[in-house]
Design a protein around this ligand. Sequence first.
Ligand SMILES: Cc1cc2nc3c(=O)[nH]c(=O)nc-3n(C[C@H](O)[C@H](O)[C@H](O)COP(=O)(O)O)c2cc1C
Length: 376
Amino acid sequence: MICLNSSLFSFENMVPISTELCDFLGIKHPIFQGGMGPYKTESLAIAVANAGALGMISSIGMAATLLPEAAPIDAQRLFGSDRPRVILRKSIKAVAKATRPTGGVFGVNVPVAAEFVLASKMFVEQTIETRESDSDIERSLRVIVTSAGNPTPWAEIKRHGLVWIHVVPSVYHAKKAEKAGADIIVASGHEGGAHISWDPVHSMVLVPAVAKAVKTPVVGAGGFCDGGSLAAALMLGAVGIQMGIRFIATQESDFEPMWKQAVVNREERQTLAGRGLFGPMRFIRNKRAEEIVERTLDDAPRFYLGEPVESNEAILDLERSGFTDLMDGKEDTALMFGGEVVGRISDLPQAADLINDIMTEAKMLLETVPGKVLGK
Ligand SMILES: Cc1cc2nc3c(=O)[nH]c(=O)nc-3n(C[C@H](O)[C@H](O)[C@H](O)COP(=O)(O)O)c2cc1C
């Protein structure tokens, strides 16, 4: 991996890499921060948006305050006693205020899994309402990203002047999102952190397959972390990348220090995919993840027969105590989602330096590689 020192390479002196994504969203760099519950990812969204990429508020954890007995996390411990609508509204206002000086742009991620759909509706409504209440927020909050579910009911988002982005794990789902009218499709490969599909299709196959199958602009997610992988995504037909894990390991990310350090320390083989609360998830490998996978294997035939995923008390218990152990700093039994790209991450930079280095490296590679391979 090429290591660039941002103090040596200043983005100000470079011609930026700009794709249609940049013009469309009003961002400088074709990079999205992925939504990442259970945190609000408010600090990270501010840092990423102020650095010229797309910051993202994550709503999924906020919903846990509604149904504490069905939630794997202790929402009170994470968010205090506010209702989810209030948590989201405050978060949007905070990010809009902190990004005003730089003109940074951000969005709200709303998972729309069937198990979650009432909360999804509430979060989408709240986002639209908060945005429409203030012209400053209208300028900076440009996007809603729906994920983990059926896109069809969510086209309404566009009627409120927002860009609607939907996350998919397959060509089939990408075509469905395009048919529903999504403005941008994020194709998310199986190596990614947290929620993934049961079908193990990784970014190297998924991104070009989706880019070929739809006319809608495609952003690659799952395994992206540096300028080389951004350049590769562009070569595979994407117009940008979405990163989760890489952004966890930044100074500003809202994650527990232990989780950040685990991303830095682990190698690429140290993740496991198992059953989550709605659909499968990829975890950083530890004793807790192994227990979840064991339980998943006990239940595996149900998935392969294509029957609906009913809530699983045993998994819920494992995740709940995993979350408590995360908060209590118990590394072996803490619940930590992770993607294979942990194996390519070894530092904890500031988000702006990270983005700067990614852009510098991608640009250098895109300029120099053709000369090398074509023997000019
Ligand atoms: C800790 C964690 C939590 C996540 N939570 C969400 C979420 O709430 N909603 C969502 O759409 N995606 C979620 N994701 C997926 C990310 O948005 C992103 O698409 C994914 O991390 C990309 O793969 P990478 O981890 O290899 O960068 C999560 C990922 C991680 C690592």
